[in-house]
Design a protein around this ligand. Sequence first.
Ligand SMILES: *Cc1c(COP(=O)(O)O)cnc(C)c1O
Length: 500
Amino acid sequence: MFYKSTRNSNIRITSAQAITQGISEDGGLFVPEKIPTISAEYIEELSTKNYIDRAISVLSLYLDDFTKEELEYCVNGAYGNNKFSSEKTAPVVTLPNGANILELWHGPTCAFKDMALQLLPYLMTTSAKKVGCDKKIIILVATSGDTGKAALDGFSDVENTGILVFYPEDGVSPMQKLQMTTQEGNNVGVSAIVGNFDDAQTGVKNIFGNREYAEKLAENGMMFSSANSINWGRLVPQIVYYISAYCDLVADSKIKNGDKINVVVPTGNFGNILAAFYAKEMGLPINKLICASNINNVLTDFLTTGTYDKNRKFHTTISPSMDILISSNLERLLYHLSGQNDETVKGLMSELSTNGKYTVSDELLSKVKAVFEAGYCDDIGTKETIKKYFDAYNYLCDTHTSVAVNVYDMYREKTKDNTPTVIASTANPYKFSQSVLEALVDTPESTDEFSMVEELHKVSGAVCPPQLADLKGKTPRFTQSCKKEEMWQTVCDMLFMHKG
Ligand SMILES: *Cc1c(COP(=O)(O)O)cnc(C)c1O
């Protein structure tokens, strides 16, 4: 199995090389040359296994340059040792209306990002060894809130790595901020930036693409890599849980093996839903992939009209991890659906960077529409849905999951499509206590974060995970903030000024 760049099909490298490097030199993303396929027999057999064995099996199809022992080491390190609070790692909860909620937030930082970011450090250090890389890998992250903490937790004190995280100053929840700024470990750094997530992501991409900076790191025995979902090693672990969810539904006789399902994903950078697309391309019986957005609905527009236009107002919402106007992973979808046409992708991406928009051909749009449905809701709809599902089913969603549930309800009403559906649930509600509480009660009594946590517990009965409750009273280690033009300087300060 080899990987190509979406912008240059002549580049052909192994998965270990793709994971170590993160992003291609031409700015493209690494994609599998050929998507492996699975059969009904394969699913039948996987249905009898636990999450760890399912993960080893699925990953071996994509990372075929890894030995079985290497994969076992990586996967056990990521998901073993009770690192996830659910025995099933990613359990499926079926509600009375038939919605199957795939809970992806039982990991150490309570967001779905853990599913990939607990595994990525293992994949990356193993990959670096395999390709003979002796440099210290510096992970540079732009985060809309959850990636930052999940990456910090995954890479903290991992030998021969360092990690630096930039988050938008006013774009993350108090709990998310506290999670990041209190991170322990000798190889970690965190800085706010004055700007939004797209500013942070653009800044990080610019640093990655700068030769001079790369040389400066090389002189110091270091190299950059990425833990954002532009890295293939971030994406591939996410394919596993869609296959695993299907296996659970089969094992619990909720569907018959071979039955089609729909999948709804609350989407920002298009990574999570793209993993579901890979699962579908592999042969997992998926009917529709339903892309749910908040009011930053650039993807809803693209998936319905074929025009991607980021020239619009950026909205700060109560689902901040989806406040994104440039969804990087769409590039991978365009590559696959255009018949692996690197020239097409290169053209579209250069239009995006010069004009902020592009329109795909009718042919490409019809391929997109054959697979994807899309919808969005605003903050009011998000809160209404949290209340609706809590009142009806005593099930508490976080704000991101609620966007997906809202879009699912709208889709079902509009189409009368009763295909069994898996809804990706991406965060624990206590990461967004204020908004979730406001959804349930008209006028919350509490004003500070941790009294809200208590009030939410009183009102809902849901238990706050200890790793969030324990942040109460912790003093932040990282309090700095920089302008977006100062990101490289901040990187230098963190890497070269202090030891660590
Ligand atoms: C990151 C994130 C998303 C968006 O996922 P993408 O892969 O970027 O589309 C949705 N919900 C939560 C809670 C997240 O942390």
